[in-house]
Design a binder for this molecule. Structure first.
Ligand code: NAD
Length: 384
């Protein structure tokens, strides 16, 4: 067995009603005056006062920043970091989907390191630790509460890129499934497909290790079992809990094994066409699985089993192909966009998109099958 390293974020608290503990947790991690970064959608329709009440109970004062846009730009995190520093905050709490959590994570490191988001995009470019930070996810998708990544659009270059640094691992997170009840069905669907992409990509990644494989496969099982129900009946707390646990596990898998070609191919959709991250990943996932399936058939066969496919009596190859069909059916049932043409992306953009995808190198290096520029264009054509 090869040597491997398994990395994990700090303290994770999970459970219905656990948000009541958020003040106590923040206090224990040194927060007395905090920057509270809140997603706009959640601020409008979610129970924000549960969080503010829990903070007040512990006499924690907070400065509110609620201007995070979906798929945030670097400038948003920079404003936020500036606010944290100017107000003398000692902790940053991010509440929302990946967009708000990533903004909070970046604000925490900008407050102590200075500079701009673009200075740190890439791997291991953040010199110093940030302010301590905690995350409260309100979508079941990105797993950002346990990853060392924060992703931003560079508007000048129309590119999306991540800051990847150990200093971005949150010190603590609180996951309360009740906070995801207000997610509309379409957002539940595409964020859920994002979590499934993280789970499947990290499970099939060439950088997977025995521990990451366990969490990734378990994530696939939980998401496969509950995503349809969470979309169809958003008030089902059982399905919401399974989804939030699934996305957490998928985030742990992704933080250790990375992602694969789905993410490389999907980044240009977000950077130039502002396609939400989960929509792009959900659309490309079955096509990339089909491209990869015969390079790691045993793994794809196990994915089929985890998704509840009947694989007894099938050959490994037949079972592996079933995994692609299962994900296609799931995507179809929950009505996520299945074609690039539905998103208004013209075929003429494919050469540019493929060139940009080739620059998102690390996921391509993890992909079980090499992807050339021509093959990338071919995958885009298959989902046009
Ligand atoms: P999001 O954070 O953009 O949220 C999607 C929409 O849902 C927004 O309109 C938001 O206002 C709304 N919303 C969120 N929670 C809600 C709630 N409980 N009730 C009602 N509305 C709610 O979407 P996301 O998919 O969670 O995050 C996407 C971002 O995360 C992208 O920028 C992506 O690149 C990034 N990302 C980061 C990581 C990581 O490891 N850091 C991983 C994957 C993706």
């Amino acid at each position: 067995m090869e040597t491997f390293t398994f990395r994990a974020a700090g303290e994770v608290t999970f459970g219905v009603g656990s948000i009541q503990q958020v003040g106590l947790k923040v206090k224990r991690h040194g927060g007395n005056k905090i920057l509270l970064v809140v997603d706009q959608g959640f601020a409008k329709s979610g129970p924000l006062e549960k969080i503010t009440d829990a903070l007040k109970k512990e006499k924690i004062s907070f400065v509110l920043f609620d201007a995070v846009e979906p798929e945030p730009q670097g400038e948003t995190a920079e404003q936020c970091g500036f606010l944290a520093k100017n107000e003398g905050c000692d902790f940053v709490l991010g509440v929302g989907g990946g967009s708000a959590m990533d903004t909070a994570k970046a604000a925490a490191i900008l407050a102590t390191n200075g500079g701009r988001v673009r200075d740190y995009q890439g791997l291991d470019k953040v010199p110093r630790p940030g302010l301590p930070k905690g995350m409260v996810p309100t979508t079941a998708g990105t797993g950002s509460e346990v990853t060392f990544t924060a992703v931003f659009i560079n508007t000048e270059e129309k590119k999306k890129a991540g800051i990847n640094s150990v200093h971005l691992f949150p010190e603590m997170s609180v996951l309360d499934p009740e906070l995801t009840l207000s997610l509309p069905p379409a957002v539940t669907a595409f964020t859920g497909m994002d979590a499934l992409a993280h789970a499947i990509e990290s499970y099939t990644s060439l950088s997977a290790n025995p521990l990451s494989e366990m969490v990734s496969l378990e994530a696939i099982r939980r998401i496969g079992k509950s995503l349809r129900q969470a979309v169809a009946t958003g008030s089902d707390l059982g399905a919401r809990s399974e989804m939030l646990l699934g996305s957490l596990l998928a985030g742990i898998g992704l933080a250790n094994a990375g992602v694969t070609a789905v993410h490389s191919l999907s980044y240009p959709l977000g950077g130039r066409f502002r396609v939400p991250h989960g929509v792009g990943n959900g659309l490309l996932l079955p096509a990339v699985m089909k491209y990869n399936v015969l390079s790691r058939p045993e793994r794809f066969a196990r994915i089929a089993g985890a998704l509840g496919e009947k694989i007894e009596g099938l050959s490994v190859k037949e079972a592996a192909v079933q995994s692609v069909e299962a994900v296609k059916r799931l995507a179809h049932d929950i009505q996520v966009p299945e074609r690039l043409s539905d998103l208004g992306i013209p075929e003429s953009a494919f050469p540019w998109m493929a060139e940009e995808a080739m620059k998102v190198v690390r996921p391509l290096e993890n992909n079980p099958r090499p992807v050339s520029l021509e093959e990338a264009i071919g995958i885009y054509q298959k989902v046009f």
